[in-house]
Structure formats: structure tokens, C-alpha cells
Design a protein around this ligand. Structure first.
Ligand SMILES: [Zn+2]
Length: 1013
């Protein structure tokens, strides 16, 4: 599942701020990260659900539950099978949890439906699902016939339904099938607390026998982006509707009665009946299609699926058109979208890369794509960036349709990565599914990791896995995971409400970072071999993390390398956080000089001073750290070696060293940890960067910057070290170290921009930026250079953009003049000649520096623009104004009118908060409107935590801390993990001011000579 990402860059008040950076501290957890286009409807869910229930109750018609005993054979006459059909390693059903067979009187004492998990006494083998879809009144009626296998003798069938009122016919009816008989139903009832439906039989079902349960139901096609829902778009001024499913993680139960846990894999045959003006799609191709003589309706029967989890089932009813292509192995790929988008070719790019990606993954995993076709469906509204339903993946339009004329390269990059992510899921997720949601990172971590690997395949020059991964994944998630309010990546979940929470940054980004670390320890070929074995062993089934560790360990053993991968990885997946590894040259007299001392401790931003969890965790946590170390001097780097660190402190022998050699740990930042050194070593590394940075790899240059700033922020290093380190930036010609630096600087900027001595900081930054900024200049907007990243040199464009953003944000006069000139030209000529890649920077700078007319001009353009990406940056530019009156007006219009799309309201509030002139306003507004905001967005955990993080991250005074505490006490009950996290971040901000600000400014007032420490 793809989460919605924030836009790649945003500016406030002339100070640029990378969204990714800004939000990272905040967490965009839950599902949400990157990505969320949650709709108001989603959040109105609760109210709607009640309404729906009433409607459903009123229209529910069918409802006969019939039971047949098929005497150990399934209905197709296949001989009876033993209960262990599910293959799949350690993948086991949930167990029968003490359910005992029994007398009718036991029912009240057993009550398996009171458990939040299904009892596991029966499991589904096949669903025959028939639906009639009424698009005129947005309802559907269905019948499902579920073939069940009994595992343990039981009188109870417990399965999931939500908002489906299911009534059973009184008693069972005799079956007409030879060899089978109907079983009488004692009683049946819903158990809404666990979204379950219970059928109690008169007598027990017997293990290893197969039964059939028939249920009929009616329901509404919801307007809230979950289950089987509807949305609309406009075509030739006419409103058109479509209906599509979103079942992950627990919404299949809203569309049909089912065993809605990932372990209950089954096959599905779906039949859809609907008005012939619509097309219908599902996971599999249409097997037969017929028109009714009576009403002219079409009935599409789709081919039987392979075994799969309920949450990957999907269907859609729409009047989209498509373009298609075919892979060499004969898989048909179609992209379905609005007819106007298809005819203008906006889907062609995604179609093209999907075809290449299927080939790439088949080669990499050595496992064929399993289905005869893959449809990509572009929908106007979706709760996530995308959803990887097997054979029918659904994308929100902004993540799959591309208009190359107006799209920036970052838009294209993001879109590409979403597609790469979802296609990876066809293997990691669809084919092999995590046993339970606690290991959701098994699929999301892999898909996120392969975003970088797969994008490198498509565009090798982007260098994603070796470079961009570091800033966008590793550095970002270490910010979050360095908080004591973090959590282990594998986290226990039982309640339905907790399941949404597991889709957070930790699952996606830490998962990807750990997988990358492991892949590097194993080596590419063994890693691939292990994955291949894992996929083959668990295909069409489920797997837990131990299954993966076993296969990877076996792969290593096959080459004579004996590493207990489970033992190693359990430390990383079952413990929260990560270590800081400190490397120092031997200082003791007893050992010769080529020994180093290495120690590890739990890295925490709050490691000095008070912290709730500190004592509890940080003392006891230890990791098995694969530390790579290189030694170098002014002219060369000597061999790197891998050292396993298992204890708190260890001594290791390393190559020859003298006073001039430095040590460098975590080569290319493949490990998920920070590295610290003794101060003398920092000094030598900084000297090296100043004199000849290229000796150290690009990845390590970025890593040194990120580690130094964060170690200083947490108090592990003097504040001057990172400042001195970035003194080498004028020599830096690569994008990545600049990107790492700018992320760290914007982070500091949030802490400092209301301090008296702020100009000391901004002047220092501008001094580092100036020469490279002037050298790179501004992009030209000539023909053939319209932001098309396929042709352009991506790294150069990105560096240019980064430098312009830094220059304009921190107040470079020439940068301001250039931005103003662009805006003036646009207004006077009514032609937008601003290169797409830097429009957000120019708009924001213009609004912040120019008068009110410019704000009105941008406001007007916001209303008249049709391109999704353009609209978003215009709206964000409006938040850059210095004028409190305008900001206030924007906030009020956002919340109370239809002028701002509902999913963008939260972004408006957050961006106003990023503007130093708007901070107090946003913080006050947030508290005043909390009841309204919480009612609207509270259910969407991601939106909620994004909002809370966004308006609190810049708070850094005692007074603001107290305001936050008061707010939490009075209003914050039940807001999820976002408020405790916000509190920890703000406490960290206040602590930094108390402990470190003086030292920081002292260094800036009198920096030592460059490179001399
Ligand atoms: Zn995903």
C-alpha cells in the first residue's frame, strides 16, 4: 500500500522548507506517510456508518444462510483433503483458542466471537461471490457461497461482517446434492464489537470435512473511500460516478461476509451484474459475459483467482477507457482512467514503466508474475497513494497520471516510485502475504526498499539506492526512531483500531533500511537467492519474519557463511530505536596503536536530561551491529573491514594507523545506526573534507553531515562540529551531501528563526551556499528542457533546485530579485515562464516579498488551474505571506468554504505554521478549531498526526511547552500516538535551547579557521 507523500518542497516566507524534512520529525505515521489523500469523507466515517447501518437495515433483503455438509468432498467432487492444505512454513491459523466441542449449553461459556481474532476452527477454501451493483441508487446486493474446511470440531462459524446486516433463514434447508445434507442452524447473530457474525449450529462440524455456507446480503456503496465505495469526476461538464473497492487492511468485511484476516487465503470466483453502460474489472480477466434479455444488464463472470487474502480482492464498476500493452511473456497490462486522461496520453508513462518493471521483478525474484493480466486503475479519489490489489492495482490519479508539460521532475520521480512500489507488492504482499499485521513491514519494507532498486533499473543515472535512499529513507526515519516514543518495527496488534496504526513510517522506512542493511551484509547474489527461495516456498500462502530469516540463513550456509540472521535481526525488529556506535583510536598504553575501541549505546535525542523511557530502555538495549570501517589519510582510503559489534564495548584490531590517519565507520551508510568518533578523528575527517572531499564517498559525505548534526542536536557532540563540517560545502559538487545539509539546516532553522541572533546563522548558511549557487545559476526554460527528467540530467537539476531553495530561503538578495522578476513577468505577460522544477520556490518567495496584489493573483490562479500538481503549489504559496490578515483569511476560507479541497485543509494549516510570521496564528487556530478538526480528521490517524506534528514541531519555548501540555490535558485524549510524540519533540526543542544554543551561537560569532578545528 502506498502512503501519500507530501510535496517535495515548500517554502515559507522566503525560507524554503523541504516538506519531507519538516514532516519527518513529525511522523507521518500511520498510513500515511507519504501520502495521504484522505478525504473528508473518510473522516466522516463514523457518522456515515451509523447512517448507512440504518439504510442497510432498511433495504436488506436476502439473507438465507444455508449450510450443507458435503461429506468430505468439495462440491466439484474433488476428494476430501486434510486440514493442512495451506502449505506455507510456519504460517499457521490462529488456533482454536480453547474452543471446545460441545454441548449446546457450552455456547455461553465458549463464546469465541468475544476474542478479537477469528477462532480458526474452520477455514475458507473458496468463495463464490455474486453481486448486483446499482449505480443509480448506490447500493448492491450479494450472495456469497463459502466453501469451508473444518479444522477442529465445532458448532460455531465465526466470520467478519461490518455494516452488512445478515439474517439467516430459520434453520437449514435440506440440500439437494447427493451425499450432502443441510445442517440445522441453532441461532445466528452479529457481534458488532468485533465486526463479527456468528452462526451456531445444532451439531458439530467434523474435522477434515468440507461444508458450504450461503449468505445473502444487501448494502450501500459508501461515499467514504473504504470497503466498496463510490467517487465521481466531471467529464464534459457532466458528473460521472465510479465504484471501486479498498479492502486493506480490514474493509473486505464491509463488502461481503468473509474471514477477513490475511492468513485465511482462499480462491475467489466473482460475478458482477450491472448496467451495461459501465465496465467492470476485477483481479482476474472476464471469463464469460452475458446480457440479460429481461433488463439488458450485463453479467460478467471473472476467472477464479489463485489462493489469496481477502484484502487483496478488488473490483470496480466505472466508465473508464484504457490503453494497453503486453509483456514478452504474454501478460496484458492495461491502464484504465478517465477517457480524457487516456486520450491525452497521461497514462502512457506509467504503462510503459510497468511493462519494464514486470520484466525486472521476474528476473530479480526468478518467479513469474502469477496472473494473466495486470490492470492499473487511476481513480480521482483514494485514501492512499495506491493499493496493490493483485491484478487490479488502484492509484490515485496524482500518483499515476503524468502531464510532462507541467510536471516537475520531483513529481515524476514520486510517481515512478509509487508505481515501482505497487508492482513489487505483486510478489511481496499479493503472492506471499505476511501472516499477521504485526509484520506488515515484511511487505511494506520490501516494497519501499525496491522503490529504490526498481527505479535504479528504470533510470540508472538517478542512483537512487546508493544515494537518495540515504536522505529520504535512512536519515528521515532515524529522526523518528531516535525518539523514546518510537516503537519496535514488529508490534503486537489485536484490535481493529490498532491495525491502521501499523502502517507508519517505521514500518515503511525502517523496514526498508533494515532490509538494505541485511542485503549489504549478505551480498547481492546471496540476498537474491534467499528471496527467491522465500518466495517459492511461501507462494500463494503466508509467511512470518522467521520464515524469511530461515531462508536467508540457508542461503548464507549454502556458501559456507554461518550467520544466525534471526538472532541478529530480532535485535533490530523487536527492539525500538537504533544504536550510536562510537569509534575511537586506542588511547591505552597496553595495546598497540592499530587497535580501536568501539562502543554502542541506544541513540536518543533526549539522552541528556529527563526522559520517561530513558532508564527503561536505553541502558538495556544492545544490537548486533555489522560495522564497516575504513582508515584513510589525505591521499587514500585503505581497505574497509566488517566488524561485528555484539557487546557494549569491544576492542578490535584494524590496519596501520598514525596521527594523520582517520577512521570512517558505516561505509556508504549501509547500516541502520549512527557513528560517532573521538574529537581528534572528527577533526581529521573535517580536514579531509576541506582539502579533498572526493576521497570520501558521496554517501559517506552525506552521512557525516547527517550524523554530525543529529549527534550535536542530541548532545553527543559539541555544536561547532557540524557547523565546521559544512564549511567544506563550497567544494561540494554532488547533490546528495547538499541535500543532507539542507535538511539539517532547515531543521535548525525551525529552532532558531525567532532568536535575536538569527542572522548569525542565516549569514553562515548563505556564505556556504553563495559560490556554488552562483556557479550553477537558474534553470533555463528553453525547448526540450521542460522538467522532463527522462532527458535532463537529474542530479544537476536537483542540485540547482536545492541551491536556489537554500539561497532564497536564507535571504540571498540575487535569488530574491530573480524570483520577483519571474513573478512580475508572469503577471504582466500572463504567461508562466517559470521552469516547473522551481515554481514552488518562486511562487512562495514572490508572495512573501511582494505586495497583496501578488497574493490575489496567485489566489486567482489557484482557482483557475486544472493541473493537480500546479494547484497544490499555488495553494502552498499563499501561506508564505507576511500579512497576518491574509493568512487568517486563508485559514478561515479553508475550513469553512468549498474553495479549498478538503484533503488540502490540513496542509494549509501546517504551511501557515511553517511561516515564521504565521506560527502563532497556526498554533492558536489549531487549538481553537481542534473540536472541528478532530471531528473531521480524527478518524484518519495519519491526517491527525500530520496535523498535530505540523503545528507543534516549531514550538520551542517554555511558554509554548506549557501551552502544549495544557492542550493535551484538556483536549488531547484519544488522539493516538501523535501527541506524546509532539510533546517529546517540543521538550527536546526547549532542552536544546537551554543546553546548547549559547554554545551554538558562540561558535558562529567566532568560528575557528576552516579545517583546523
Ligand atoms: Zn505498500
Amino acid at each position: 500500500m502506498g502512503l501519500n507523500d507530501s510535496s517535495p518542497g515548500a517554502m515559507r516566507n522566503g525560507r524554503g522548507l523541504s516538506d519531507q524534512w519538516a514532516e519527518s520529525v513529525v511522523v507521518r505515521p500511520r498510513t500515511t506517510e507519504r501520502h495521504i489523500t484522505v478525504h473528508k469523507r473518510l473522516v466522516l466515517g463514523f457518522a456515515l456508518s451509523i447512517l448507512t447501518l440504518i439504510i442497510v437495515t432498511a433495504v436488506a433483503v436476502v439473507l438465507s444462510v444455508r449450510f450443507e455438509e458435503c461429506g468430505g468432498r468439495d462440491r466439484d467432487g474433488v476428494t476430501g483433503e486434510s486440514g493442512s492444505r495451506g502449505s506455507g512454513g510456519s504460517a499457521k491459523l490462529n488456533g482454536s483458542r480453547g474452543e471446545r466441542t460441545g454441548e449446546r449449553g457450552d455456547e455461553e461459556t465458549v463464546q469465541p466471537w468475544r476474542n478479537s481474532r477469528l477462532p480458526g476452527s474452520v477455514r475458507p477454501r473458496h468463495y463464490d461471490l455474486r453481486l448486483a451493483v446499482y449505480m443509480d441508487n448506490f447500493t448492491f446486493s450479494g450472495e456469497v457461497s463459502i466453501e469451508l474446511e473444518c479444522i477442529n470440531a465445532t458448532r460455531f462459524i465465526v466470520l467478519h461482517t461490518d455494516r452488512l446486516e445478515v439474517r439467516c433463514g430459520a434453520g437449514g434447508r435440506p440440500a439437494n446434492r447427493p451425499g450432502g445434507g443441510a445442517m440445522r442452524i441453532h441461532r445466528h447473530f452479529p457481534y458488532p464489537a468485533n465486526q463479527m457474525y456468528v452462526v451456531v449450529l445444532h451439531r458439530e462440524m467434523k474435522p477434515m470435512r468440507v461444508y458450504r455456507l450461503n449468505v445473502s446480503f444487501d448494502a450501500a456503496i459508501e461515499d467514504e473511500l473504504l470497503g466498496f465505495f463510490r467517487s465521481s469526476y466531471t467529464l464534459q461538464r457532466e458528473r460521472r460516478y465510479l465504484a471501486v473497492t479498498q479492502f486493506s487492511p480490514i474493509h473486505a468485511r464491509k463488502a461481503f461476509p468473509c474471514f477477513d484476516e490475511p492468513i485465511y487465503k482462499a480462491t475467489f470466483t466473482l460475478t458482477l451484474r450491472h448496467d451495461p453502460q459501465y465496465t467492470s474489472l476485477s483481479n482476474m480477466p472476464v471469463e464469460s459475459s452475458s446480457l440479460s434479455d429481461e433488463d439488458g444488464w450485463v453479467t460478467n463472470r471473472f476467472a477464479r483467482t489463485p489462493r489469496m487474502s481477502t484484502y487483496y480482492l478488488a473490483w470496480a464498476v466505472c466508465n473508464f477507457t484504457y490503453r494497453e500493452t503486453q509483456t514478452d511473456s504474454g501478460v496484458t497490462i492495461r491502464l484504465y482512467a478517465r477517457p480524457d486522461a487516456i486520450s491525452s496520453g497521461e497514462g502512457d508513462y506509467a504503462l510503459h514503466i510497468t511493462k519494464r518493471l514486470l520484466g525486472f521483478y521476474q528476473d530479480y525474484f526468478k518467479v513469474q508474475y502469477s496472473l494473466p493480466k495486470l490492470d492499473l486503475l487511476a481513480v480521482p479519489k483514494h485514501p492512499y497513494a495506491a493499493m496493490e490489489n493483485w491484478g487490479l492495482s488502484v492509484f490515485v490519479e496524482q500518483k499515476i497520471l503524468l502531464d510532462a508539460e507541467v510536471s516537475s521532475s520531483s513529481y515524476q520521480m514520486e510517481l515512478t516510485m509509487v508505481v515501482v512500489h505497487e508492482i513489487c507488492h505483486q510478489w511481496f504482499g499479493d503472492l506471499v502475504t505476511p501472516v499477521w499485521w504485526e509484520d506488515v513491514w515484511l511487505k511494506e519494507g520490501f516494497a519501499h526498499f525496491f522503490e529504490y532498486v526498481g527505479t535504479d533499473f528504470l533510470f540508472p543515472k538517478w542512483n537512487m539506492e546508493k544515494q537518495r535512499f540515504l536522505t529520504d529513507v535512512l536519515h528521515e526515519v532515524m529522526l523518528l526512531d531516535g525518539l523514546s516514543s518510537s516503537h519496535p518495527i514488529s508490534q503486537e496488534v489485536e484490535q481493529a483500531t490498532d491495525i491502521n496504526r501499523v502502517f507508519d513510517w517505521i514500518a515503511y522506512k525502517k523496514g526498508a533500511a533494515l532490509i538494505r542493511m541485511l542485503a549489504n551484509v549478505m551480498g547481492q547474489s546471496l540476498f537474491q537467492k534467499g528471496l527467491n527461495d522465500y518466495l517459492l516456498s511461501h507462494m500463494y500462502s503466508n509467511a512470518a519474519r522467521d520464515d524469511l530469516w530461515n531462508k536467508l540463513t540457508q542461503a548464507m550456509r549454502s556458501e559456507g557463511r554461518d550467520i544466525d540472521i534471526r538472532g541478529m535481526m530480532d535485535r533490530w525488529t523487536l527492539q525500538m530505536g537504533y544504536p550510536v556506535v562510537t569509534i575511537s583510536k586506542n588511547q591505552s598504553e597496553q595495546l598497540p596503536t592499530h587497535y580501536i575501541t568501539v562502543s554502542q549505546e541506544h541513540f536518543l535525542y533526549g539522552f541528556i536530561g529527563w526522559n520517561f523511557f530513558n532508564n527503561l530502555y536505553s541502558e538495556n538495549l544492545q544490537w548486533q551491529v555489522p560495522l564497516t570501517v575504513a582508515v584513510g589519510n589525505a591521499s587514500r582510503v585503505c581497505s574497509e573491514s566488517l566488524i561485528w559489534i555484539n557487546n557494549k564495548t569491544e576492542t578490535h584490531r584494524i590496519g596501520q594507523m598514525d596521527d594523520k590517519t582517520w577512521l570512517l565507520g558505516n561505509i556508504n551508510q549501509t547500516g541502520y545506526f549512527r557513528v560517532n568518533y573521538d574529537l581528534q578523528n572528527w577533526k581529521l575527517l573535517i580536514q579531509q573534507l576541506h582539502t579533498n572531499p572526493q576521497i570520501i564517498s558521496i554517501g559517506n559525505r552525506a552521512g557525516l553531515i547527517d550524523d554530525a548534526f543529529n549527534l550535536a542536536r542530541a548532545g553527543y557532540l559539541p555544536q561547532g562540529v557540524p557547523l565546521q563540517l559544512i564549511g567544506y560545502l563550497p567544494e561540494e559538487t554532488s547533490f546528495l551531501p547538499w541535500h543532507a545539509a539542507s535538511r539539517a539546516l532547515y531543521q535548525l532553522d525551525k529552532l532558531l528563526d525567532r532568536t535575536d541572533e538569527y542572522s548569525l546563522f542565516s549569514d553562515y548558511v548563505l556564505k556556504q551556499v553563495a559560490s556554488r549557487y552562483h556557479q550553477m545559476g537558474w534553470p533555463t526554460n528553453g525547448p526540450g528542457n521542460e522538467g522532463n527528467v527522462l532527458q535532463a540530467s537529474y542530479q544537476t537539476e536537483e542540485l540547482q533546485r536545492e541551491l536556489i531553495m537554500l539561497a532564497c530561503s536564507f535571504g540571498n538578495k540575487q535569488c530574491h530579485r530573480q524570483a520577483v522578476a519571474y513573478i512580475s513577468d508572469w503577471i504582466s505577460s500572463n504567461k508562466n515562464r517559470i521552469p516547473p522544477n522551481i515554481r514552488d520556490i518562486v511562487y512562495c518567495t514572490g508572495v512573501s516579498l511582494m505586495d497583496e496584489d501578488v497574493w490575489e493573483f496567485i489566489w486567482m490562479k489557484f482557482h483557475s488551474s486544472n493541473a493537480v500538481s500546479e494547484k497544490k503549489i499555488l495553494l502552498e504559496a499563499l501561506t508564505c505571506s507576511d500579512n497576518i490578515f491574509l493568512l487568517n483569511r486563508l485559514l478561515n476560507l479553508s475550513l469553512t468554504s468549498d474553495l479549498v479541497p478538503e484533503q488540502d485543509v490540513i496542509d494549509v494549516i501546517i504551511h501557515v505554521g511553517r511561516n515564521p510570521q504565521g506560527r502563532n496564528l497556526a498554533w492558536k487556530y489549531f487549538r481553537e478549531k481542534w473540536d472541528i478538526l478532530n471531528a473531521r480528521y480524527g478518524e484518519a490517524l495519519f491526517m491527525n498526526s500530520k496535523l498535530i506534528g505540523g503545528v507543534t514541531e516549531f514550538l520551542n519555548t517554555d511558554r509554548e511547552l506549557n501551552e502544549l501540555k495544557e492542550f493535551i490535558q484538556s483536549s488531547g485524549v484519544g488522539a493516538g500516538p501523535a501527541l506524546p510524540r509532539a510533546l517529546e519533540i517540543v521538550e527536546g526543542n526547549v532542552r536544546w535551547h537551554r543546553l546548547h544554543r549559547r554554545q551554538f551561537y558562540q561558535w558562529l560569532r567566532k568560528p575557528p579557521n576552516p579545517g583546523l578545528g
